[in-house]
Write a new protein. Structure first.
Length: 226
């Protein structure tokens, strides 16, 4: 990797660490509950500006891999309501994730390709054929950090446009869940209240469906050739 990319990687890590430190003090469930009235008042007075600022803040947070996505999704539901909140959160989360994926590709892909060589090419070939199935399943699992998925797919040649669309689709169930929970923000005592055991189990079953469908399709295709 060139010196310029090493410098860019170091700068990116420094920015992420600094931003994460700042975000931890301002973006929390308690802080959101305390400022909710002010945020709603500002949104009612400046609806277009509020929507644009929220989009930009969420995209920046997602692209910098900051661990504040759940709080921001709750804020989307609390401030903008279930319908508009879902649209804003879904679009900004998918866009920010795609930018993070592209940053990972530019900074790290060349190093990984040189390090793993042929094995890496085999992985890329497999993702080129069925990568959307794995991406969709990973996006449907809230237990799998979005950050990790962004970094891993950035190491491959997976098309950015397809990454954006599949991410938008796969994030939708969790987005709807968090935004809806945000409409009852006052009743939440911790972020763990959002994902109960049954809900987490339901999302896990949903995440398995693309993998099962892909296996059935491959089996049917092999049988058809015989």
């Amino acid at each position: 990797m060139s010196r310029a990319r090493w410098l860019a990687l170091g700068a990116f890590v420094c920015v992420v660490v600094a931003a994460a430190g700042l975000a931890s003090g301002f973006v929390s469930l308690a802080a959101l509950q305390q400022r909710l009235g002010l945020l709603i008042t500002w949104r009612m007075a400046h609806p277009w500006a509020a929507g644009l600022v929220f989009l930009l803040c969420y995209i920046v947070a997602a692209s910098l891999l900051l661990p504040v996505n759940v709080v921001l999704a709750l804020a989307g539901g609390a401030v903008f309501g279930p319908w508009l909140g879902t649209v804003l959160v879904g679009l900004s989360a998918a866009t920010g994730s795609t930018l993070a994926m592209l940053a990972s590709r530019w900074l790290l892909r060349g190093l990984v390709r040189r390090r793993f060589g042929r094995r890496f090419h085999e992985v890329e070939a497999g993702l080129a054929r069925e990568g959307w199935i794995y991406l969709l399943s990973l996006r449907l699992m809230p237990a799998v950090p979005y950050t990790l998925v962004n970094l891993l797919f950035g190491l491959t040649g997976f098309p950015p446009g397809r990454f954006l669309l599949v991410s938008l689709l796969g994030m939708s169930p969790a987005t709807i869940l968090y935004v809806h929970a945000g409409t009852g923000l006052g009743q939440l005592t911790s972020l763990g209240d959002v994902l109960s055991g049954p809900l987490a189990g339901s999302l896990a079953l949903l995440a398995a469906m693309p993998l099962v469908a892909g296996w059935i399709f491959r089996y049917w295709r092999r049988q058809a050739k015989h």
